[in-house]
Write a protein that binds this ligand. Structure first.
Ligand code: AMP
Length: 382
């Protein structure tokens, strides 16, 4: 039996209402799809752009019933959605990616075990649920590592770097998580990522591999294409394809890697949704990651992923705002006719909040991005 396809005119139910849902809604509108956003009761930049919105928590049964009745097909814009909600949606509507894939990527322990079971290279890791296990893992690692909470960790949250000579009892007591993983610390040459889409018919397409730079553990700049050997880029796409096929994945997924000095790629983590490191695709690729998400989720042929121009994406974080409710002066930036400004409509610029991004196109994109970044940071409140 072939999987169902959904044509323009169908309603896409989206779990989560953040900027990823907002950009998906824009693409959906352009292509004639309707959108229904379930915000989970959180601030929702997508609510201004969707056709219908449910502004209730994810455990609200009326909201669930409404969502399941109105959506023709469903997807998620972030992975930390209660498993019970994912299962209840999946029982009624085609949820793409599956509850299993979303929940696996949302939990570092499940994610790492999945990678290990598939023979995908990643940092050495140990699963920790008490101080004794941490002591044993630290002894085996015998060097620096990173302790990460199993659940609810992103953008460096719930992480602690360990030198290896700390007292495990004290570390575990201070860490305050029921379960965690200890990873070996990777001295990487670069961080790379690849966006991959797979539809229900099994068609797979990857975007070009990109290089990512972080600031305060949050993505700062993405450089497309990644300036590394073709063999490295091909290997990253091959690993992403292996992961997507192993999940029988439907939708778009971001796979993040460490590249070591000896040119080995290790998977850091997967995002079962569009990813910040794919935002340049809106302005720089034949098909954006959001259009590709729609195509994959609706099981229609995937779009061409060709990069039309070198590009650099600069994230706009809250610390670039002169005051919490005062945006930078955008006029000088708009003088750069090859830079696309994207603002997410968030009212309050909290320090590390993602407020928007800019995509710079052209061979000198990195130099222009760095100049604007410097100027924005000098105006910012930090
Ligand atoms: P994560 O939330 O796991 O993506 O981690 C955020 C950032 O912390 C990564 O992008 C890396 O820069 C750094 N990091 C995470 N895990 C490791 C590791 N095992 N070794 C070295 N750096 C790491």
């Amino acid at each position: 039996m072939s999987a169902s396809s959904f044509s323009p005119g169908s309603t896409i139910g989206i779990l989560g209402g953040g900027q990823l849902a907002r950009m998906l809604c824009m693409e959906a509108k352009r292509m004639g799809y309707k959108t229904l956003v379930w915000t989970g009761g959180l601030e929702a930049p997508a609510s201004a752009l969707c056709d219908q919105v449910i502004e209730l928590p994810f455990d609200d049964l009326n909201a669930l019933q409404q969502f399941n009745e109105l959506a023709d097909v469903a997807t998620a814009e972030f992975e930390n959605i209660p498993r019970a909600t994912l299962d209840a949606v999946e029982a009624a509507v085609a949820l793409r990616p599956s509850a299993h894939a979303i929940a696996t990527c949302a939990n570092r322990e499940l994610e790492k075990n999945f990678l290990r079971s598939q023979g995908v290279p990643c940092a050495p890791f140990w699963i920790i649920s008490n101080a004794e296990e941490l002591a044993a893992a630290m002894a085996e690692l015998a060097g620096p590592g990173v302790l990460k909470t199993s659940a609810f960790g992103y953008d460096g949250k719930g992480q602690r770097k360990l030198q290896g000579d700390e007292n495990p009892q004290e570390v575990w007591q201070a860490f305050q998580a029921p379960r965690a993983i200890l990873e070996g610390f990777i001295t990487f040459q670069a961080e790379l990522s690849v966006m991959i889409a797979r539809n229900a018919n099994g068609e797979v397409r990857c975007f070009d591999v990109v290089e990512n730079h972080h600031r305060h553990h949050i993505l700062d700049l993405t450089i497309a294409p990644a300036p590394f050997a073709e063999s490295v880029r091909q290997q990253a796409q091959d690993i992403a394809t292996k992961i997507a096929n192993a999940f029988d994945y439907i939708g778009i997924m971001g796979v993040e890697f460490f590249l070591t000095a000896d040119q080995t790629l290790l998977v850091n983590e997967m995002a079962p949704r569009p990813h910040n490191s794919g935002h340049h695709t809106i302005d720089a690729c034949a098909t954006s990651q959001f259009e590709q998400q729609l195509r994959a989720v609706c099981n229609v042929p995937l779009g061409c992923t060709r990069l039309l121009s070198p590009a650099v994406m600069l994230n706009l974080l809250g610390d670039m705002w002169p005051a919490i409710e005062q945006a930078p002066n955008w006029i000088p930036l708009l003088a750069d006719g090859s830079a696309a400004l994207h603002l997410y409509g968030k009212k309050r610029a909290i320090e590390r909040r993602k407020m928007g991004h800019i995509t710079f196109l052209g061979d000198d994109a990195l130099a222009r991005a760095n100049a604007i970044k410097k100027s924005l940071l000098s105006q910012g409140k930090d």
